[in-house]
Design a binder for this molecule. Structure first.
Ligand SMILES: NC(=O)c1ccc[n+]([C@@H]2O[C@H](COP(=O)([O-])OP(=O)(O)OC[C@H]3O[C@@H](n4cnc5c(N)ncnc54)[C@H](O)[C@@H]3O)[C@@H](O)[C@H]2O)c1
Length: 412
């Protein structure tokens, strides 16, 4: 099995060597039998996916339910099952009752909810040095187990919050809904900036100095994607509607719509740059992953833009340092390039859609020699526009009208 030999099935910085060390030490083992896992562990972390349902905004919790039920059936001795998956509020208390009812260990098989806040691309660092830990528990015993598991982090000063199951579940989805709101807010403001020639990067700086607002998550551009923010936003709205308080969170629909609209905005901006429709044009796309430092292409804004252009009859060549295999599987109709030069050769326009650090290292004067027309749409507002312009490029950002180089990535 791939994992047992220390191979990560996806790209995540710092993960591979840790996995190898763990597998080689014998302290990290993988199994495909839930019965084996139930027999072995006293604490079981459940991290299975909770994707959006095919036919509604709600989250599909069937995987989490199946795993917790299966663990319950085999839990013969006292244990704590700890949910890490992001679930609709109310899931944990329902599953806690079910677990105790079906488990041979009865009430000795407890359930806690310890939502996961890590960011892909920074997962190892976020796991070892999280901002906070949230423990949703219904007994002192469960709290003690979690404090014990996380003792090295707590001893190192990581704050933890002990609360009930519902508050813990909600803490996760609320955090993601808030982050999504912040991103769509600045993107809405970016459109106003475009309308009047103001500069959203400078504006975000001005906002960021306000300690009530903070300077993170205010990078205007192509918006968010991935396997979490979009579906968590929708699932929270769906759950609020089920609970009869949908009106209170109705604004989340607009947050989602503003985010989706960024993709059309980028396509329009590219059309404006080339001075007409994209049909028949050669378009180079830099970036396929939903964000840098991952090969995850779920709900990738970059690929959505690439696919929309292809749909309009453009010839689209996509480059990404890590995500080409996943992108090809998801969008087999697009063309893929092994390097930036290959992607950009004879391009009528270059689109910077995922802000990988290596794209900031591109020498625009050299790239200028391979494209058909030196036109750049920096939909992430992350490249040094002044440098590209000095090398002969016509550059556009989204909401960027400043004299200075636009901001740098959150990864710096
Ligand atoms: N990816 C993130 O950055 C992140 C961050 C915080 C929270 N979360 C939450 O963590 C959970 C997992 O997210 P992910 O991005 O890792 O999802 P994922 O789809 O990449 O991985 C989920 C894993 O669960 C496994 N799985 C699904 N159903 C199963 C079943 N019935 N039995 C056994 N295994 C099963 C899948 O095979 C897969 O390996 C989700 O609830 C997500 O919202 C993810």
């Amino acid at each position: 099995m791939l994992l047992s030999s220390g191979e990560a099935p996806f790209f995540e910085p710092e993960l591979q060597p840790m996995l190898r060390r763990g597998a080689a030490s014998g302290r990290l083992r993988f199994a495909t039998s839930i019965e084996q896992a139930a027999d072995f562990g006293q604490v079981h972390f459940v991290c299975v996916g909770t994707p959006q349902m095919g036919d509604s905004l709600a989250a599909d919790t069937s995987g989490v339910e199946a795993v917790i039920r299966a663990l319950g059936l085999y839990a013969r001795t006292p244990c704590l099952v700890v949910g890490k998956s992001t679930v609709p509020v109310g899931t944990a208390s329902r599953l806690a009752a079910e677990l105790a009812a079906i488990s041979p260990a009865g009430e000795e098989a407890g359930l806690a909810w310890n939502p996961e806040f890590l960011r892909e691309g920074l997962a190892v660092q976020d796991t070892l040095r999280p901002d906070r830990l949230v423990f949703g528990v219904s007994s002192r015993g469960a709290l003690e187990v979690l404090k014990d598991v996380y003792a090295p982090l707590i001893d190192a000063g990581t704050p933890y919050i002990s609360t009930d199951l519902a508050t813990a579940e909600l803490a996760k989805v609320s955090a993601n809904a808030f982050l999504a709101t912040k991103i769509s807010f600045i993107n809405g403001i970016a459109d106003v900036c475009d309308a009047v020639g103001a500069d959203v990067v400078t504006l975000a700086q001005a906002l960021g100095y306000d300690s009530r607002i903070g300077d993170r998550g205010l990078a205007a551009g192509l918006g968010f994607g991935g396997g979490c923010l979009p579906k968590d936003l929708r699932a929270l709205l769906a759950r609020a509607q089920e609970l009869g308080v949908g009106e209170s969170l109705a604004f989340l629909q607009h947050i989602d719509a503003i985010n989706g609209g960024r993709r059309e905005r980028a396509v329009r901006a590219a059309e404006e740059l080339v001075g007409g429709p994209l049909a028949g044009r050669d378009v180079a796309v830099l970036g396929a992953a939903f964000k840098p430092h991952t090969d995850d292409v779920r709900e990738s804004p970059a690929l959505a833009v690439a696919a929309a252009m292809r749909q309009q009859g453009a010839r689209v060549r996509v480059h990404d340092p890590e995500a080409i295999a996943n992108a090809r599987a998801a969008f087999p109709d697009l063309d893929y390039a092994a390097d930036v030069w290959d992607a950009c050769t004879d391009a009528d326009v270059v689109l910077h859609l995922t802000e990988w650090p290596e794209y900031r290292e591109i020498d625009p004067a050299v790239l200028c020699t391979v494209v058909r027309q030196p036109r750049l749409l920096d939909a992430r507002n992350a490249l040094a526009h002044d440098k590209w312009e000095a090398a002969g490029w016509t550059v556009r950002g989204l909401g960027v009208h400043g004299p200075m180089s636009p901001g740098v990535s959150v990864f710096e």
